[in-house]
Design a protein around this ligand. Sequence first.
Ligand code: DP6
Length: 336
Amino acid sequence: MKATAVAPANIAFIKYWGKADDALRLPLNSSISMNLSECTTTTTVKFSSSYSEDVVEFLDQEALTILSRSREDCQWESLRVSKHLDSMRARAGSTWHARVLTKNSFPKSAGIASSASGFAALTVAAVAALGLALFEKELTILARLGSGSACRSIPDGFVEWVKGNNSQSSYARSLHPADYWDLRDIILVVEKGRKKTGSTQGMGKARTSPFFGRRLRDIPDRIKEVKRALAQKDIERLGVVMEEDCINMHAVAMTQKPPIFYWNGLTMEIIRSVNEWRAEGLPVYFTIDAGPNVHLICEAKDEEVVVKKTKTLSGVIEIIVNKPSQGVRLVDTHLF
Ligand code: DP6
């Protein structure tokens, strides 16, 4: 009754921002993302009749110590994990409690989608530990209930989350495998630590922005454009529409009531530099999730030059170079 899964985080080219149904995490728009090779969550889940409660623990980045369960952020996340386990227990007809141990390969809650990799790994490990055999589509639907973007970390490579209009029709599917196009996502970490307004809370107010309706009307065309760019492996086409969607999502966030500013000064400086590098002929484009860190998307052939350029920027704490990755997978090495 024990299983371990490794799931990648993903970076959205077209962002999910706003829900039609909060409890079911049904999105108001479809989204498209790429799984990330170097940003993973590993989670071991064990169910036992001898446990009297769910115990959820987080290993720190070096996997040396278990973060205190009394930490406020860990307590909050433990509750969310326990609630998600309930959906899976209900599915399996089990009442057993679980021990969950989880470890990230990247800074937790820093605008790199830790909830995506976290809930994808948790879902797949728990489903396996409960002895359920589910198709990929079902797994994406279950992962979505834990965190919307988690459904995109289940399938391989480049993934679309089809918004749907009820729980069964809102699922994720692979558009292309990881080895289809050798892209890079070079993450510039400019701030570590927990973000002030998480994405769940942030997108809860999306409808209060006067620009949100317009965003929703424009997204179907952007989805088509990203699919065309992927089909043609056209980095410029992908980059232009991806930046447009990112700026648009942040414009919505900045005009919500109350407004949310995820960017900091360095975020803005990087955006300006990327524009300069592009003017010099380097095909590199940016996107940013619900935090200040910047993701630079380019082709593998330009990785070296882009990394060199980013090293001239002061204040960047860490650079993480990702390739496209396969989706979630079960492994034999358990964390306990
Ligand atoms: C800005 O999936 O974290 O990263 O469903 O409430 O858990 P919940 O939200 P979450 O939102 C991610 C928002 C985003 C854009 C994206 O990844 O599409």
